[in-house]
Write a protein that binds this ligand. Structure first.
Ligand SMILES: [Fe+2]
Ligand SMILES: [Fe+2]
Length: 203
């Protein structure tokens, strides 16, 4: 089975595909997209660091997330290179409505493992949506260099998605995780549907 087929089976469980017009408007604002993307990679690295600090006693989690921090930071560096070689500037961080709204969906309270599940599912979902968007960019953007760049990142983020989901199912009753995952997917689709389509944001 090809990578595309296995990924479709495993991960494109997103309940609402991205509006296909997004790539067209995004590629007209590529500087904004790259700046927004750079911050996404920073946030991905820092969310893994937070999990390592908070769940320092979970050896498998620490060992698995440590190299992911390095990978996400590597992605940040690569986005910065893309900006530099186009003579574009690294601008300020913008308000990230998508991540803010998803973060508000994290259930408060419960056991420590319930909290871990929530954060792993939040991360998995952001990886899944990013992967979907990278795929759209890799297939449809006119800039060939960026097509290749986004193809490579799509594969990497798909791997992270699988890691987060599988880790959630390892530390918590898998059936409970699957049920909650469906709630997350439904909520994410509602967020996507209600958000304005903008070409200056990765999400
Ligand atoms: Fe990344
Ligand atoms: Fe990632």
């Amino acid at each position: 089975m090809s990578w595309e087929e296995t990924t479709r089976q495993k991960m494109l469980h997103l309940k609402l595909p991205t509006d296909p017009r997004w790539v067209d408007i995004a590629q007209m604002q590529i500087e904004d997209i790259l700046v927004d993307h750079a911050y996404c990679e920073q946030k991905a690295a820092s969310s893994c660091i937070s999990l390592i600090v908070r769940f320092n006693d979970l050896e498998y989690l620490v060992d698995t997330l440590t190299p992911i921090v390095a990978e996400e930071w590597g992605h940040f560096e690569r986005v910065m290179e893309q900006l530099k070689k186009r003579g574009m500037k690294f601008g300020r961080q913008r308000k990230d409505e998508y991540v803010t709204r998803l973060t508000d969906f994290v259930k408060k309270g419960g056991s420590r493992m319930d909290q871990l599940t929530e954060h792993l599912l939040l991360n998995a979902l952001i990886e899944a949506r990013s992967c979907e968007r990278f795929k759209l960019l890799s297939k449809n953007i006119q800039d060939e260099d960026l097509q290749k760049f986004y193809y490579e990142l799509m594969i990497s983020e798909a791997g992270h998605y699988v890691t987060f989901i599988e880790m959630a199912r390892m530390y918590q009753d898998p059936e409970k995780v699957n049920k909650r995952w469906q709630e997350w997917l439904t909520f994410e689709a509602e967020v996507m549907k209600s958000m304005e389509l903008r070409g200056d944001r990765m999400h």
